[in-house]
Design a protein around this ligand. Structure first.
Ligand code: ADP
Ligand code: MG
Length: 270
């Protein structure tokens, strides 16, 4: 690079250097920061300028983690109504949201009937992981099985297995909603095996842990998979009624004329 002959050309050259180094945010902030820098030290100026670039880089990285993860909803910890779900240990959820469980590849199993907040809790943990900068990936068991099936047909099995080994947190939603044929169960088993003690899985299922054997085509595969999943794990057995049904009934009750005495409530209510 030629030696600048004046302040103006030094400035142009500096902008050129920032662009060349792909520090676009710093390049853009340069004029304003130079303006402010009259009163500051060189150190303070450079620190501020690079801070702009660091912030922009972090935002880009967060966006990219967010897109990669494909979380199905924007839920966060604050959105979860713990009072409505007494079978969920709130202190444990908060502890998990601190993400220490990722350090020793602990798995999280969310077990319970439809509508009790399993997906919501899984997404909350996924969101916390993304915000902390961890690569996270959300899939349903059915999607995972379909993807592995396609990969096997196209000769990309190994690549696909590497893909599912990659994320720091893998969320596998809705295990057991659809019966998993033996090929699909084998795919899920391999994903679980290769992540065993290496990377956390957060898995949601409507199947009680004791009934996995019957729900899978091959009970041995189911047992081996559970063995690995449970070895280092936190299990939530969520009971109670569907949050959607509860909201639905609350609306219906609010619409009912006063003095009706609450007759006609759903037969499930206590
Ligand atoms: P599941 O995966 O167990 O079938 P979801 O997590 O999809 O249930 O929850 C069903 C719906 O109810 C979602 O819209 C979710 O946001 C809401 N929901 C469930 N539990 C709670 C809760 N404790 N607080 C707030 N919303 C909840
Ligand atoms: Mg769900």
């Amino acid at each position: 690079m030629s030696r600048p002959s004046s302040e103006a050309s030094t400035y142009q050259s500096l902008r050129g250097q920032l662009s060349y180094l792909r520090l676009a945010a710093a390049a853009e902030a340069l004029p304003a920061e130079l303006e402010r820098s009259a009163k500051d030290s060189h150190t303070a100026f450079l620190h501020r300028l690079l801070e702009v670039e660091v912030t922009a880089t972090e935002a880009r990285r967060h966006d990219s983690l967010e897109r990669f993860a494909r979380l199905p909803a924007p839920w966060r910890l604050e959105d979860f109504d713990f009072d409505a779900q007494p079978s969920v240990d709130g202190a444990m959820v908060r502890e998990l949201a601190s993400l220490r469980f990722l350090d020793d590849a602990t798995n999280v199993l969310l077990v319970g009937p439809p509508g009790v907040g399993k997906t919501m809790l899984a997404v909350i943990l996924g969101r916390a992981a993304i915000d902390a900068g961890y690569r996270t990936y959300y899939t349903t068991a059915a999607e995972l099985a379909a993807r592995c099936h396609k990969a096997a047909l196209e000769g990309r099995w190994a690549t696909t297995m590497r893909f599912f080994a990659g994320p720091r947190l893998l969320i596998v939603d809705e295990v057991g909603y659809l019966p998993l044929a033996s090929e699909a169960a084998a795919a899920l088993f391999q994903v679980v095996s290769q992540r065993y003690l290496k990377g956390s899985i957060c898995l949601t299922t409507n199947l009680a842990v004791g009934s996995w054997g019957q729900a899978f085509a091959d009970p041995m595969v189911a047992a081996a998979m559970l063995d690995r999943l449970l070895h280092r794990s936190v299990v939530f057995n969520i009971t109670g009624e569907s949050y959607r049904m509860r909201a639905h009934r609350a609306r219906a009750e609010a619409l009912r004329p006063t003095g009706a005495g609450g007759r006609g409530a759903s037969p499930k209510s206590p």
